[in-house]
Design a protein around this ligand. Sequence first.
Ligand code: FMN
Length: 289
Amino acid sequence: MFLVSGPQFVVQACRSGLMGSFPTQNARAFDDLVKWLDEIRNGVADVPGATWAASMIVHPSYDRFESELELMKDYKPDVVVTALGSPKRVIDEIHGYGGKVFADVMSIEHARKAAEAGVDGLVLVCHGAGGHTGKLSPFAFVDEVRRFFDGTLVVGGAISTGRGVRAVEILGADLAYMGTRFIACPESLVNDRYRDMLVRARITDVTATAAVTGVLCSWLTESLSDAGFDEETLSTQGKVDFSDVHGENKPWKDIFGAGQGVGQVDRAASMAVVADQVVAEYHAALGRG
Ligand SMILES: Cc1cc2nc3c(=O)[nH]c(=O)nc-3n(C[C@H](O)[C@H](O)[C@H](O)COP(=O)(O)O)c2cc1C
């Protein structure tokens, strides 16, 4: 998650039995990214079976693309998740070292294109997700995609409990993608204002709008109001631009992303505590089945 997941987030997720993931653009400078990757590699070295993922922007406007791809070949994340563009640009290189490529998709058209490009997995970002959100219901999206794709299916969007993980498994997913549930963890990069807002927020405190970045995103309404957005500005279309993600115009710094599952975040518990809770909920849901 942009400006949320850093190396400790990934390491502690892996140490808690999850697959940790972070977007490479979170490292402000290329040298920072190298340090982060070292920290992750060393931090999970003693965790048996640890798997971790890095998410890369593959949009043509992202100027660190080539150099980041070289780094991926050195550090070999188990999975590279591609966002905001065609996964074609990375598949051969990642497969070259034995890694897998998953593409973030929000529409049938993009799912089909990514499947045709030869990805190993698709991440179906569904309605209610934090950050860039899809509009489709997982109930329909999974079934439609299964008609033409038999690789790994990951489903995301407002999954904040182990019951939710079990639910998408029943729908036909192999993995659940959870973001919002973990943002308030002390291992994330966010400030306490963001943490406090998450703990207070419920589903009614989330607004989805394209006004901020030009792409439909789910934000905490309170942070939008604090940043001066009103009914009129929220209904306009913002501008898509990934060329300077850490530049002066930084919506994600002051406007806080969160999905509809934010109501489950009731304190800033550690990654290990949240992971244990999710696992316990998952087993309880299995028992019910
Ligand atoms: C604050 C925030 C930032 C995000 N940034 C990114 C990002 O940089 N790249 C990306 O592929 N997805 C990003 N996402 C989306 C997540 O990868 C994931 O799809 C989403 O968190 C799942 O929905 P959930 O938050 O309801 O669990 C972000 C989500 C949030 C909440």
